[in-house]
Design a protein around this ligand. Structure first.
Ligand code: GDP
Length: 705
């Protein structure tokens, strides 16, 4: 048994010892770009708060419940207790720089999660020790899988009545099909949650009465059995990922703590294992060991594969190593309009070094801009920096043309890094200012907000003269209206939500478009024959040119494609866009003098409209994934109501008196669901909902349109 002399580590000392490593002094392997991800209410915000506190960057502990947190700096976030925008903030731990990218827990803000996952290197997934894996943690876990983000888990709320660490870990294996490896076990739980035992270091961190402090010591006698059992499991799991260690393990040789750490780090970075720690963020317990695990096991920018993109000149695939010696390249992941400082473009550096005053190539516009000012963020506080290097996360002030997903890079070696994709909005409302005077301000606020949030669109319904706001769900749009009121001081009225239907073809069809005007002077001549065919859901629009023998000269082909695309924006059934369609241009003709791109645009549009009229179109409606957690006594009412809403019940699972209903619900039937559920269940049920996909709508819906 290793013995460690008891020593106490009060919070204040821990704080002082954690200096921030400046860009100049740090080496890249000591940088961690991480995000905390979780189901809403699991305690992500509280954990982030405590991490910032113990990593020495805030001077008081914020509390979500009192609405004083550092990360949740927008008013309505404080009130609603959910984190909507992702701020990036920097802190230091054990000579490491930790950049924290805040990710929202609410699934209505999928875009925020997606963009955070795209730019972070590792994640800390926070679970509630009572609830274990919850639906949103499942959603976010799958997203993290898609981006191959290495993770560690933090089982939070060990103080709660009913907290069950091992059951929560089990739910990670079963519901997420992950391979968790426990690296810290709790000593006691609920009221008696007294400390954690670090299985790698073989020591106990026993919490003291001073908030946030603990005393380290040898594993106590009464815990030895439990410690050994779990340590053996840990070593076995780690050894299985490493050829040398497995031999040692089988031969019964001692495996050192350094060997375990190293192999565990490799396996975590490689996404083979997920280390699990635990604590109670609210009581500031287990945060420092969590920070140790972040630095020990999560990847540095050097550990992740080089970022890929396409060379802006040749169009060929290209990549950048995470090295200072490469030309600089960064990805803009968020735009924020700051009332004081102006337009902030948050970016992550993937290679090289960028200094203020440098000329920067912005990929979407092809423009060069001068990098005027760069700031590093600590939620509301910011510090100016004169250079940023590979691995850094910072924000540029005054870059006018950059938007979310843009590459910012060295104009001498322009590259387009793989961009961030966002889902199309599925619900719209009309929005108007309550007063005439507010109208301009409303437009200005909408422009700023839609620039910040790529899943928010603003358009004008010219027939009704209304401004239309489109987004990812009812709550999403409500929050936007809230921000308009608070941040821009405009009282706005929202209309009732409307579903963004789509139209789709169900069979192949051909169409011909002939646009000919030849009455004196220079005429117009465009002629196109094309075939359309349905594509799989979610594919979008594909155009293929199969013209041979110059029936239509190459210079006019883009005109045809443009015309087709324009025509698809207004489908023949109800005026909703036609999606998931391939158009193949087969034939046509031209006139030496009268043909123009414009004429072919019209011809393309006419041809596809003619084809659509024969393609047996159907309406598609967005459907949502719904999960309701309700006390058993209301189950019948909840199901009855869902039945009336045309929902498709996927599963009903019960545990104790709590029933979990998973269902698919058409978006059009989901409006007002929060209120309905509240009144059905006396406010005792909760639900989460997120966009799932488009499905063919029944004819009753089509008929109403
Ligand atoms: P988020 O939605 O995941 O960001 O969660 P929050 O940090 O806002 O926490 C949700 C609620 O759980 C708040 O009321 C917190 O005070 C509470 N909470 C957070 N951590 C703990 C904990 O360790 N123990 C207990 N009992 N409650 C916690």
């Amino acid at each position: 048994m290793p013995t460690i002399a008891g020593r106490s580590l009060p919070a204040a000392r821990a704080k002082r010892s954690n200096r921030i490593v400046t860009t100049k002094t740090r080496s890249l392997d000591s940088v961690r770009n991480i995000g905390f991800i979780a189901h809403i209410d699991a305690g992500k915000t509280t954990v982030t708060e405590r991490v910032l506190y113990f990593a020495g960057r805030t001077h008081r502990i914020g509390g979500v419940d009192e609405g004083t947190t550092v990360m949740d700096w927008m008013d309505q976030e404080r009130e609603r207790g959910i984190t909507i925008t992702s701020a990036a903030t920097t802190c230091g731990w054990r000579d490491h720089t930790i950049n924290i990218i805040d990710t929202p827990g609410h699934v209505d803000f999928t875009a925020e999660v997606e963009r955070s996952l795209r730019i972070l290197d590792g994640g800390v997934v926070v679970f509630d020790a009572v609830a274990g894996v919850q639906p949103q943690s499942e959603t976010v876990w799958r997203q993290a899988d898609r981006y191959d983000v290495p993770r560690i888990c933090f089982i939070n709320k060990m103080d709660r009545v009913g907290a069950d660490f091992y059951k929560a870990v089990d739910s990670i294996s079963h519901r997420l099909q992950a391979n968790p490896v426990i690296v810290q076990i709790p000593v006691g739980s609920e009221d008696e949650f007294e400390g954690v035992i670090d299985l790698v270091e073989s020591k106990i961190c026993r919490f003291t009465d001073t908030v946030g402090s603990f005393r380290e010591g040898p594993v106590p006698e009464e815990m030895i059995e439990e410690y050994r059992t779990h340590r053996d499991v840990m070593i076995e799991k780690v050894a299985e990922t490493d050829d040398d260690l497995i031999v040692k393990y089988i031969e019964g040789e001692e495996i050192s703590k350094e060997e375990i750490k190293e192999a565990l780090r490799r396996a975590t970075v490689d996404n083979q294992l997920v280390p699990v720690t635990c604590g109670s963020a609210l009581n500031s317990k287990g945060i420092q060991p969590l920070l140790d695990a972040v630095t020990d096991y999560l990847p540095s920018p050097l550990d992740v594969p080089p970022v890929t993109g396409t060379d802006a000149g040749s169009g060929e695939e290209s990549f950048r190593d995470a090295s200072d010696d490469e030309p600089f390249a960064a990805l803009a992941f968020k735009i924020v309009s700051d009332p004081f400082i102006g337009r902030l473009v948050y970016f992550r550096m993937y290679s090289g070094k960028m200094e203020t005053g440098d000329s920067v190539y912005v990929s979407s516009t092809g423009r060069r801009e001068r990098l005027g000012r760069v700031v590093r963020m600590h939620a509301e506080r910011r510090e100016d920096v004169s250079e940023v290097r590979v691995g850094d996360i910072a924000a540029a002030v005054g870059l006018r043309s950059a938007s979310t997903g843009d590459t910012l890079c060295d104009p001498r070696s322009p590259i387009h890094l793989e961009t961030i994709t966002f889902p199309e909005p599925v619900v719209s409302v009309s929005v108007e200012s309550r007063t005439r005077a507010g109208e301009d301000k409303l437009q200005e606020s909408l422009q700023k907000l839609s620039e910040e949030d790529p899943t928010l669109r603003v358009s004008v319904d010219s027939e009704l003269g209304q401004t239309i706001l489109s987004g990812m769900g009812e709550l999403h749009l409500e929050i936007v209206a809230d921000r308009i009121r608070r941040e821009f001081k405009v009282e706005a009225n929202l209309g009732s939500p409307r579903v963004a239907y789509r139209e789709a073809a169900t069979r192949q069809a051909r169409g011909e478009g002939r646009f000919v005007r030849q009455t004196g002077g220079r005429g117009q001549y465009g002629h196109a024959i094309l075939e359309i065919e349905p594509l799989e859901r979610g594919t979008g629009f594909v155009f293929e040119n199969k013209i041979t023998g110059g029936a239509i000269p190459n210079e006019y082909i883009p005109g045809v494609a443009k015309g087709v695309e324009e025509a698809l924006l207004t489908g023949p059934l109800s005026g909703f866009p036609v999606v998931d369609l391939k158009a193949t241009l087969l034939d046509g003709s031209y006139h030496d003098v009268d043909s123009s791109e414009m004429a072919f645009r019209v011809a393309g549009s006419m041809a596809v409209k003619s084809a659509l009229s024969r393609a047996r179109l159907v309406m598609l409606e967005p459907v949502m994934k719904l999960e309701v957690v309700t006390p058993g006594e209301f189950l019948g009412d909840v199901l009855g109501d869902l039945g009336r809403r045309r929902s498709n019940i996927r599963s009903i699972e019960g545990e104790g008196d709590i029933q979990v209903v998973r269902a698919i619900l058409p978006l059009g039937e989901s409006f007002g669901y929060a209120n309905a559920l509240r009144s059905l269940t006396q406010g005792r049920a909760g639900h989460t909902m997120e966009f799932y996909r488009y499905e063919e709508a029944p004819s009753s819906v089509t008929a109403q349109r």
